[in-house]
Design a binder for this molecule. Structure first.
Ligand SMILES: *Cc1c(COP(=O)(O)O)cnc(C)c1O
Length: 966
């Protein structure tokens, strides 16, 4: 119809966001339904989702908003935040994110849409970035090994405490020492974790450690009020008494301070935020975690290691994956899954761009300004709590109210303590002019100080706040990666070169079962770098954060409506963290009603590995419930186990639809059964993408669920994080949600300890999910779910003649993902699911999820965002691969020389002088016409996993290593 004859409403509709978010268009949907022999989308959904749990009508959400309209509204909320200059410190600092990194990494879908690097051949770029991060942490801390990030400093401290108890075989105590100058949010999280690990915390001045009998200790360096204390002697004494020591350190200060690794410390941890990552009202940022050589095989989280590929060239990969929860389940050492890969990459690149000299200049300036501040204050008779400092001073004996009044007028935030002290922490963005204003605020305007005069004197006297014994005299960042990219041109090309080694959603669909790699729309991403969201300190006064809080309240309300729960906590910053927070809420509730003895957690055998790992962390005993042949929970087994443990049953953890990709008919009965036996129901919400707008966990029996906002609600995966794992709860659990010691929340028990460092977790990425829901509206969200289910069923239908599809429902449908069984093929041809995964790279695709939840299978989740064109391209590739397998089965290609076992193929393969393989170079690299149009080249050949684990190297290899073999 020509536009003149269409009404305005219809013209407006054409630009609806939901038509951009969803892949299949009207015509495709008709065709796809035809392929499925389904009369309508409604019929497909009716046959897929059990009638008994269907939501009546649409969600009560606002209608869809256009992209610019939603952004306008969000801009209005952002303006309600007030960006004051922050000298609060306490773990969060203003920083300059170099523009070349902001534009080419943080705001670049080539970086932020990548998946966790489980397939190393197509992830060498971000693996190198993460290796840089590890090297930087190792260098600055002086430790032997570092991991590739944890969620935040507070949880890193909790992991350190747990690691000490696991590793300290010489000390039987259950007591852990915490110096009284650690960050209060760290202590808050330690308290929560310690309670469920059965540890007693001893909080006292560091010197008191000498008189305590404990298995481990945490010190802060420098302490919260700025002191560069004598931790070396404390550490030495502790070592002599078999006490393990952990130091929470500030990376920027380590540029100038003696590194903890030189003092015999066992574990060093902290936040890398001030290396270029905006404060973002609490996150996301990458925490770091480094240990001594002795602990290197016990590190929590992901560790990047150097191995070699099948040509013997160096190749990077995630090391020691056998320690992950998927394999170790309730015996896993930690439940960390999604971490902070994107932010670790940014912090690493910040170090690459500045190098040692640049960092010395930055840290030197911060320290000089702090020294000038100290000198000026002392000259005016203001007492400082300590006579050592790096960037933080604590003022005592002052009128903190008057100072606060002056500070607020000048739009400045300082740290005010309950006992009338005032803290000032300077940062990279602080200038001499800022210092003059700080004198006005702290002393009064007639201070008469001249910053340049103070500076002249300081230079003459080589003044410093760092005690002589604590000055750093060792080198760091000497690897060429930290020396070669100092000009913007070189840096730009380095970032691009790394990006080009990685396959992301900018190339092709990433059909990862359970991980929901859907569109991360540009509009959704835009607000995260607005200063009104990016530059807010998590502990800024609430009057300055009303825009943030309004946005969070609105998002919470959306999620409450979507899930059917009564309350939401935004604190957990990953799904696994949400699981832990949810289980802790259950345990707190049960303790409050006199049933604290309940500690059995039922978990189906098909569950994601984080479930048993989280249950173990909450000190629950895991009892496994079996699944039947169709992938459903074995109801008889559930009934028997719930009855057997009825006196001690605490909870069940169910995933819905199950990780087998099935909407179990009897979910309601399963929940009821657990309730009848005195237990609570945890529904793992990772598969919400199959439910939004169609059914709600709060309606069919859930008491608590986490949502992975980085799956269902469009926060990008970032190559392994950030994420957000808010939990929804029924009203009875609400008072037991995590509270926060610095920013307490109403309606939550005061002593309900925190699970994250910041009250709203990684708040600055919440606008992404807010915008998604706003722009889709109730109808759009429902349609997205329906199309996700349609896409999965379409793939299952197209592939089922070639690969057996496991676990279809009785009527032949699957939910939003399908599992392809490769075991019969492997038996017949020797070709494994891994060979298929690697061969898909030659076809330009990322592999589906491998061997989860069933070994020897591939789990495909297309999401609603993939178009029919892309689904067909993927199915064509899978079918072509099946034909290749047939040629191995028939003996045409030898079992050890065919395009599958030798996949992926690199440029080095196909440009070799001699080619002696039974298939052509063309088949190797250009198996389809589509590949010819846009070829993605894996950067390395198949990576040797075993070699990498046997020879664990987690630092940047010398450049020569790349030359030697070629
Ligand atoms: C992804 C996932 C988790 C863990 O979530 P993270 O955000 O990675 O911690 C838990 N359960 C299931 C089923 C998942 O798919």
């Amino acid at each position: 119809m020509p536009t003149e004859t269409r009404p305005l409403t219809e013209l407006a509709n054409h630009a609806d966001f939901l038509q951009r978010h969803n892949g299949p268009h009207h015509h495709d949907v008709t065709e796809m339904l035809k392929a499925l022999d389904m009369p309508s989308l409604k019929t497909l959904i009716d046959r897929t989702i059990p009638k008994g749990i269907r939501l009546e009508g649409d969600l009560a959400l606002d209608g869809p908003r256009g992209e610019s309209e939603a952004l306008d509204y969000l801009r209005g909320l952002a303006r309600q935040n007030k960006v004051f200059k922050s000298y609060i410190g306490q773990g969060y600092y203003p920083t300059h994110l170099p523009a070349v990194i902001q534009r080419n990494v943080l705001e670049n879908p080539g970086w932020y849409t990548a998946y966790t690097p489980y397939q190393p051949e197509i992830a060498q770029g971000r693996l190198e970035g993460l290796l840089n991060f590890q090297q930087m942490v190792m260098d600055l801390t002086g430790m032997a090994i570092a991991n590739a990030s944890l969620l935040d400093e507070a949880t890193a401290a909790a992991e350190a405490m747990a690691l000490c108890r696991r590793s300290n075989k010489k000390h039987k105590s259950q007591r852990f020492f915490v110096a009284d100058n650690v960050l209060p949010q760290t202590l808050d999280v330690l308290r929560t974790r310690a309670a469920y690990l059965g540890f007693e915390l001893v909080v006292a001045p560091a010197a008191q450690l000498a008189h305590e009998d404990v298995f481990g200790a945490l010190l802060q360096y420098p302490g919260i009020d700025g002191e560069v204390g004598d931790i070396e002697s404390v550490v030495a004494d502790a070592r002599s008494r078999q006490i393990m020591t952990c130091v929470a350190a500030d990376l920027m200060s380590l540029v100038l301070l003696k590194e903890p690794g030189a003092m015999g410390v066992d574990i060093v941890l902290g936040n890398s935020q001030r290396f270029g990552v905006p404060m973002g009202y609490g996150g996301p940022h990458a925490a770091f975690f480094a240990t001594s050589e002795a602990l290197k095989r016990s590190l929590p989280g992901r560790v990047i290691g150097v191995s070699k590929d099948s040509r013997g060239r160096p190749a990077l990969r995630m090391a020691m994956q056998t320690r992950e929860q998927h394999i170790r389940r309730e015996k896993a050492t930690s439940n960390i899954c999604t971490a902070q890969a994107l932010l670790a990459n940014i912090a690493g690149f910040y170090a690459v761009y500045h190098g040692a000299e640049g960092l010395q200049t930055i840290a030197g300036r911060i320290h000089r300004l702090t020294t000038l501040l100290a000198t000026g204050l002392k000259r005016h008779g203001i007492a400082l709590k300590h006579d050592s400092w790096f960037d933080t001073l604590t003022l005592t004996g002052i009128d903190s109210h008057r100072i606060q009044g002056r500070a607020l007028t000048r739009e400045i935030n300082l740290r005010y303590s309950a006992d009338g002290e005032v803290g000032v922490s300077l940062n990279e963005t602080t200038t001499a002019a800022d210092l003059a204003v700080l004198f006005d605020v702290l002393i009064g305007e007639e201070h008469g100080l001249s910053v340049s005069e103070l500076d002249r004197e300081a230079v003459e006297q080589s003044a410093s706040g760092i005690p002589a014994d604590y000055r750093r005299d060792s080198e760091f960042l000497q690897h060429p990666n930290f020396q070669r990219f100092r000009s913007e041109t070189e840096m730009l090309r380095y970032l691009k070169r790394l990006e080009n080694r990685d396959l992301s959603l900018t190339h092709a669909m990433i059909p990862l079962g359970s991980c929901t790699m859907k569109l991360n729309a540009t509009s959704e991403m835009i607000p995260i770098t607005w200063p009104e969201f990016a530059d807010i300190h998590p502990f800024a006064p609430s009057e300055q954060t009303s825009g943030y809080r309004q946005m969070i309240t609105e998002l919470s309300d959306f999620l409450i409506e979507i899930t059917g729960y009564d309350n939401i906590s935004m604190q957990p910053n990953s799904g696994a963290q949400g699981e832990y927070a949810g289980l802790v809420a259950i345990r707190r509730y049960q303790a409050a009603v006199g049933e604290g003895h309940r500690d059995i957690c039922l978990i189906p055998s098909s569950a994601h590995g984080t479930n048993p790992a989280s249950a173990a962390m909450a000190q629950m005993k895991v009892v496994v419930v079996e699944c039947d042949r169709d992938g459903n929970i074995d109801m008889a087994d559930l009934e028997a186990k719930a009855a057997k443990h009825r006196d001690n049953l605490s909870a069940i953890m169910l995933t819905y639809p199950s990780t087998h990709g099935v909407f179990e008919e009897n979910i309601r009965q399963a929940c009821q059964l657990v309730h009848d036996n005195g237990g609570q129901v945890y529904i793992d919400g990772a598969n919400m993408n199959a439910q939004v707008g169609l059914c709600r966990p709060g309606d069919y029996g859930g008491d608590v669920s986490h949502l992975n906002l980085h799956k269902t609600f469009c926060i990008p995966h970032g190559g392994g994080g950030p994420g957000m794992g808010p939990i929804g709860v029924k009203a009875h659990l609400a008072p037991h949600l995590p509270n926060h010691v610095v920013t307490p929340q109403e309606g939550i028990e005061k002593d309900s300890g925190a699970v994250s460092a910041a009250a709203f977790g990684s708040a600055s990425i919440l606008p992404i999910s807010w915008a998604y829901i706003k722009m889709m509206g109730a109808r759009g969200l429902r349609e997205a779910t329906e199309l996700a289910i349609l896409n999965a069923n379409y793939i299952a239908r197209r592939l089922q003649a070639h690969y057996p599809v496991l676990y279809q429902a009785a009527n032949g449908t699957v939910a939003h993902e399908c599992i392809l069984d490769m075991r019969p093929l492997k038996a017949a041809s020797g070709i494994s699911e891994e060979d298929i995964a690697k061969r898909l790279m030659d076809y330009g695709f990322h592999a589906p999820t491998m061997s989860f939840p069933v070994t020897g299978t591939l789990m495909v989740e297309p999401t609603e965002s993939e178009s029919r064109y892309e689904l067909d391209r993927f199915c064509d590739a899978m079918i072509a691969i099946r034909e290749e397998i047939a040629r191995v089965e028939s003996g045409e290609w030898p079992k050890d020389s065919n395009p599958l076992v030798l996949a992926p193929h690199t440029m080095a393969d196909v440009t070799e002088e001699t080619w002696e393989r039974p298939y052509s170079r063309e088949r190797a690299a250009f198996p389809t016409e589509a590949v010819r149009d846009a070829k993605y080249w894996p950067a390395v050949n198949r990576v040797d996993n075993v070699f990498g684990d046997r020879n664990l190297i987690c630092s940047c290899p010398p450049i020569d290593a790349y030359r030697d073999v070629s």
